[in-house]
Write a protein that binds this ligand. Structure first.
Ligand SMILES: [Zn+2]
Length: 450
């Protein structure tokens, strides 16, 4: 019985994924009662089906390429409701006749209606490839039983950044939709093609995180960005975009946040005792485009690319769980540690020589100006160069041991600052930078791009 349901579920999921229904346009049709949704109607975007309620902890059915579309089960005895798909939620079975839920409380996304108090797996496809070979990208959706904000979690926009994928899984699979206030939408692997090739980039070597909010008539990357932005991101009130250090660097768990925006400052305060590095970001970044669209967005940087790091993953999960508590979305009755995040300005220490870099310090260490951070040895001449701390501060990012060339940005030193200093000093920096644009080349985005 269970497996039959699963087949039906797959059918429903893929039907939903093939839709182009824009929530607002289709809402009226959707919400108009006594309409029985059928596949043909769904195909032309006239309506959405109710997403199957799944326990996200259940093992997901394996992806099926071009599945046979199966008609969703229709409740013939009740023409006044959208048909409900089979549900495995045992709690629902206990309720003999659940009170009808106001349709406007359903989350209409990706052509599906997600009922309050349920979770589901949907699929997003940017439709930029060969349509027969389209690879649906999984989107996890939890519509909380109680009203509240919508938080989005995106990971692996850079396909080689793995820690965030695991963070999204752990956060979302630990949520009981019945206790959630608001909604959580998670896209664990945005750049599925990059992920499969262990590459940061899209197949055309473009960096997806430079193309938001995208353009439906633009390049392939721009179309993908536009599709994700319109179909998923525009549902969010809050966004956390998960990344790791890039190009063989590792990052202490840290937020990259635009501290010139009061909403972002308030949002960043919810992440427990995390490091917050002020950064306005570069045009085309998801968090920048989101903020411009009124979505409060930050980047959460955790660890190193191409690795899964248990302690960094745990730190990321803890920060997001703290945030859910502080935003009144999900309570675990847990006592959090130091509620104050630590704000930083930052400076990079660059390699003075080429050679083999071996570090003497670890990520997160506190250092004093002049301390030896690492040693670069020329493998042929045996010449040794010491890299020293330029400031008193904390190592918030660093290169892993490797061969470096002169000029390589090796250590990112965070210098503690108050929110106010950070912003006022940034404004001064900005004024200077505008006067001398070359100064911009030292921004963290270009050295360790999100
Ligand atoms: Zn990244």
């Amino acid at each position: 019985m269970l497996s039959i349901y699963k087949v039906i579920l797959i059918g429903v999921i893929y039907t939903a994924a093939s839709l182009h229904a824009v929530a607002e346009d289709s809402k009226e049709t959707l919400l108009s009662a006594n309409k029985t949704v059928n596949l043909d109607a769904a195909k032309v975007g006239e309506a959405a089906v109710v997403a199957p309620a799944v326990d996200l902890k259940d093992i997901a059915p394996a992806p099926v390429v071009n599945p046979e579309p199966l008609a969703p089960k229709v409740k013939k005895d009740d023409g006044k409701k959208i048909q409900e798909p089979p549900t495995e939620a045992t709690e629902d079975k206990k309720e003999k006749s659940p009170a009808p839920i106001a349709l406007e409380e359903k989350l209409i996304i990706l052509g599906s209606a997600v009922t309050p108090g349920t979770a589901t797996r949907l699929a997003w496809s940017p439709n930029v490839g060969i349509s027969g070979l389209n690879l649906p990208t999984p989107v996890l959706v939890i519509n909380g039983k109680h009203r509240g904000q919508t938080l989005c979690l995106t990971a692996a926009i850079h396909g080689d950044e793995l820690n965030g994928i695991e963070i999204v899984r752990r956060v979302m699979y630990d949520i009981d939709p019945k206790k959630l206030h608001g909604k959580i939408i998670g896209v664990p692997i945005v750049n599925l093609q990059g992920f499969q090739r262990a590459s940061r980039y899209l197949p055309d070597r473009r960096d997806l995180n430079r193309f938001f909010p995208g353009d439906p008539e633009g390049s392939s990357a721009s179309r993908i960005a536009h599709s994700l932005f319109t179909e998923v991101i525009q549902h969010c009130d809050l966004l956390i975009d998960l990344h790791t250090g890039s190009f063989r660097r590792t990052n202490l768990p840290q937020l990259r946040a635009n501290m010139l925006d009061a909403r972002v400052i308030k949002f960043s305060e919810g992440f427990d005792d995390i490091a917050v590095v002020h950064s306005e970001g570069n045009p085309g970044m998801l968090r920048v485009a989101s903020l411009e669209a009124g979505i409060v967005a930050v980047t959460l940087e955790v660890g190193e690319s191409l690795r899964l790091q248990e302690s960094e993953v745990k730190a990321g999960v803890k920060s997001i769980n703290a945030l859910l508590e502080r935003e009144d979305m999900y309570s675990r009755l847990f006592t959090w540690g130091d509620p104050e995040p630590a704000y930083y300005q930052s400076h990079w220490v660059r390699a003075s020589h080429g050679g083999i870099l071996l570090s003497r310090i670890e990520l997160g260490d506190h250092v004093d100006k002049g301390d030896i951070l690492g040693v670069i040895t020329d493998p042929i001449t045996n010449e040794v160069a010491k890299l020293r701390a330029s400031h008193d501060g904390r190592i918030i990012g660093m290169a892993v041991n490797q061969v470096v060339m002169p000029g390589f940005a090796a250590y990112h030193i965070g210098i503690r600052a108050s929110e106010e200093t950070l912003v006022s000093e940034e404004k001064m920096e900005e004024a200077k930078a505008n006067a001398n644009k070359s100064k911009r080349s030292n921004s963290i985005e270009e050295i360790d791009p999100e």
